[in-house]
Design a protein. Structure first.
Length: 558
């Protein structure tokens, strides 16, 4: 007998025998719930035998038989009532444990979010994706076969989603497209570093979603609950069903603020800030201006994160301001990096290291932020150096700039679209899903081994658009993505190290070296970041104008 724990109150198992009951009692269970009808199998003991043995060991017992493959709405309600009445922890059993897990999942539909239910049951060894639609529908069997159908559905109204919608419309103006996103506002997130450095105003980085979604694209304002790729279905919160012929996933990343103990309660106060949130970037600038002496700590979590250079950009711009104000000598600046190098592409490291040295920044590698005590101005880090045991260190601070841990959204992680790391599993060249041929992904949520930046999404959008149109026309994909990403590292106000690279760390400069040498700080690169890239983002990328982003074509040998 193998007992599988779902949580501290409920565990499930396959068929048990009377001989197992003593061990169940010894394991601390107080009740047994039988969900298997008598007589399903020739070797199956009756529930009465189990019940008699349970009473001998002081355990409560409940017989709630449920037919295999036919869990009704009433069954889930009865299970919830039994769970409420029985003292816990409870062991529920059936033939394999699956039925019990389905009943528990449905009974939790009004108490927990779908991703949490799917994660808990998956950890116990049971895949509940087959009943996801019922869970989203409050545990009840949905009767809706589909609210709408579109030839193309796009998930996500961020940079990648709107860009690919515009690129598709530029190629096929009559193509019927729906874009699903619950947000009212779209943000130019690369600008938040500049807000935190006192260069941009936060308001310039935000526009209403309705102004940006391309003309002729249907905006469905809602959140995705889960996918049914075998049925070409997306189910929204509230169990609204959207059908598609082809699907594009551009859902971005989840910022896991709760992944650092104590962080949520102190963000925006006690000297704790982050340029990764629209409302906090101005607080970064407020702290920088106000700090005259003390310790400023900047963190970077394990990859993947949005724009891997952004955490150190905050360091450079802050230190440059303090240097110009004459206060840098009185401020201890520390960069706590969970990784083992300053930047992943070695060609750019010498220039970046020279600035860290010039600013006197302490570089602390393999340091991952795990807890923050805002009122007492203390941050705790786990230090995981190679070939060494994990250490825990506590650092005092007067200012703490946090880059939060990041991961794929929950509804992606638990879906059939995801790989083992939780990201959408696509071919890195064509951006087409490896299993479902009518699905593509781009932007931060794809599992491509490139840097997750807006510049990457700018180049990926035409690739997806081109290959999707090829698919509509009955052709094989003709466009390839080379892994291009760009990270304009703002090493001081007025100068940038423009890192541009692709798969395998290949350097992929947009401009000739005599114009912008990306490995050196450049004033022209600063002009590009400050004055040219924002209009390109709003007026070109999001409108299907593929300036310097025409997709590479698959070369055919003759």
């Amino acid at each position: 007998m193998e007992i599988r724990r779902i949580n501290e109150n409920i565990s499930v198992s396959a068929q048990i025998t009377a001989k197992d009951v003593a061990g169940i009692a010894a394991a601390g269970f107080r009740s047994i719930l039988c969900n298997r009808p008598d007589g399903e199998g020739a070797d199956q003991p009756t529930y009465a035998e189990i019940e008699a043995e349970a009473k001998k060991h002081g355990l409560d017992f409940r017989y709630q038989p449920v037919s295999s493959g036919n869990v009704t709405d009433q069954d889930s309600e009865d299970f919830a009532q039994a769970r409420q009445e029985l003292p816990g922890p409870v062991l529920a059993y059936c033939r394999t444990g699956t039925r019990c897990t389905v009943l528990w999942s449905l009974s939790q539909s009004t108490k927990r979010e779908l991703p949490e239910i799917l994660s808990m049951t998956k950890a116990a060894g049971y895949d509940m994706y087959g009943v996801a639609r019922r869970i989203v529908n409050g545990g009840r069997t949905p009767v809706d076969d589909g609210d709408a159908h579109y030839p193309v559905v796009i998930i996500g109204g961020g940079a990648g989603g709107i860009a690919v919608a515009s690129s598709l419309k530029a190629r096929r103006p009559d193509l019927n497209i729906a874009l699903i996103d619950p947000a009212d506002v779209h943000y130019y997130q690369p600008g938040w570093t500049m807000v935190g450095g006192g260069i941009f105003e936060a308001e310039t980085t935000a526009k209403t979603m309705g102004r940006l979604i391309p003309k002729g694209v249907k905006w469905i304002k809602g959140g995705v609950a889960f996918f049914e790729p075998k049925n070409n279905v997306v189910v929204l919160d509230g169990c609204r069903v959207i059908k598609y012929d082809r699907l594009i996933v551009a859902a971005g990343l989840k910022l896991d603020w709760g992944g650092v103990d104590g962080l949520l309660g102190t963000l925006g106060k006690n000297g704790v800030t982050s340029n990764y949130r629209y409302d906090l970037a101005p607080y970064t600038w407020e702290l920088v201006k106000g700090l005259k002496e003390g310790k400023a700590v900047f963190t970077q979590p394990p990859l993947p994160i949005k724009c891997p250079g952004a955490p150190q950009k905050a360091v450079y711009l802050s230190a440059d301001n303090w240097r110009k104000a004459g206060t840098l000598k009185d401020i201890d600046v520390q960069f706590m990096n969970a990784g083992g190098v300053l930047f992943g592409i070695k060609d750019y490291v010498p220039a970046l290291q020279s600035y860290m040295d010039a600013y006197g920044v302490g570089l602390n590698y393999h340091h991952n932020l795990v807890a923050v005590d805002g009122p007492n101005r203390k941050a705790r880090f786990e230090v995981n150096k190679p070939d060494a045991e994990t250490e825990v260190v506590t650092v005092d601070f007067d200012m703490l700039h946090v880059t939060p841990p990041q991961c794929a959204p929950d509804f992606i992680k638990v879906s059939p679209l995801a790989d083992d790391s939780g990201f959408v599993d696509v071919d890195q060249a064509t951006l087409r899903h490896k299993t479902f041929e009518n699905i593509w992904a781009l932007g931060d949520v794809a599992n491509t081994p490139n840097s997750k930046t807006a510049a990457a999404a700018r180049v990926q959008a035409p690739v997806v658009a081109e290959n999707l149109i090829d698919d509509i026309d009955g052709k094989s994909p003709t466009a390839v993505y080379n892994g291009y990403g760009s990270c304009p590292l703002t090493v001081e106000r007025g100068k940038i190290v423009l890192a541009e690279f692709g798969y395998g760390g290949a350097i992929l400069p947009t401009f000739p070296k005599w114009l912008i040498n990306g490995t050196k700080p450049s004033r022209l690169a600063w002009l590009l970041k400050e004055q040219i890239l924002p209009p390109i983002y709003w007026k070109a990328m999001l409108r299907g104008r593929e300036w310097l982003a025409k997709p590479e074509k698959i070369s055919v040998k003759r």
